[in-house]
Design a protein around this ligand. Sequence first.
Ligand code: NAD
Ligand code: UFG
Length: 340
Amino acid sequence: MKKKILVTGGAGYIGSHTTLALLEAGYNVVVLDNLCNSSVKSLQRISTLCKIAPEFIQGDIRDRTLLDRIFTSHDISAVLHFAGLKSVGESVTTPLNYYENNVSGSINLLQAMKQAGVFDLVFSSSATVYGESKVMPIREDFPTGQPTNPYGRSKLIIEQILQDMAKSEPQWCIALLRYFNPIGAHPSGMIGEDPNGLPNNLMPYISQIAIGKLKKLSVFGRDYPTPDGTGVRDYIHVQDVAEGHLCALNAIRERNGVNIWNLGTGVGYSVLEIIKAFELASGRTVPFQVIQRRSGDIAECWAAPEKAAKELGWTAKRSLPEMMSDTWRWQQKSPNGYRD
Ligand code: NAD
Ligand code: UFG
């Protein structure tokens, strides 16, 4: 009997793409998700795509009894931990929810893993932990900064907990994957990002304009010290992010302690460049207006991807036009996400 991988938050955007990649690579997968920001339809579509269904348990990472039951009834060898709340704005208005879900939930999971003797963990962190770096590209050995909101702080706190834990208990093998800006969708257009309500992030906002659900993009500031004055980010295809997890899972088998890897492309694009690239891929116009900066935003942020290339043998392969056309295919096939 093959050992299983537990994927928390596996019905969500990045978790679903990674679950599919795991199944395609021959892993047995158990998904634990409370569906607070996702739909079971993502898992059904995964089964259609690869003809294998992941085992699905609807439940919460804060439920210790459930976690213990999962670890005793399944032969789990490693955990990919995606589950958590991720909206920056919401985290400012409901910080306790964020700390409870993300921090307490992670502690609960770690305690259950320890009790079960499962010590391989891949954690979804974020480039937000670097704060506002003055130097680009950002390397993993740069000091972490001051995230500007409770969401970002929850990621940094979990990172610090993992560091402390691994120092005192050397049997842990942990990957902290710091994602830059995941966008795009599976090339089939069957699974993708399905934001609840008005999108907070650039890519889903643009694609909902192109499909006619939203009218006009507000570009948050054109007075940044960047080539065209708009914010620059390292956009990375979600399929590349998913593949990065498989490489990290392999790598931590031989690496105790905490290993930090950036998942980024090493190239930054501005908001205006993204609009243009999306217009090209979709053939649609994306009307926009420039408004004031969004509070908490930084001017630019892109990764140094060399450490992941050297240690994981992983690099982001997919181009910007591919990120745009895959986003557009998903948006056209499922204009209402998984609500159809
Ligand atoms: P998502 O919201 O699509 O996926 C998260 C999943 O976790 C959802 O399916 C949700 O229902 C589930 N979940 C939330 N709280 C839970 C709980 N207490 N118990 C069980 N399930 C729970 O988000 P995503 O974009 O796929 O992000 C995945 C992870 O990556 C998150 O931890 C996020 O913070 C992190 N991350 C995302 C980005 C990004 O831009 N998408 C960037 C950096 C880091
Ligand atoms: N932007 C706009 N208009 C919009 C939305 C975004 O101009 O309607 C701009 C932002 O100002 C920024 C860029 O587009 O310059 C990207 O913004 P996103 O909201 O898509 O992404 P962020 O870089 O702000 O945030 C993302 C994740 C966070 C994570 C952060 C750092 O959403 O969870 O990257 O990793 F913390």
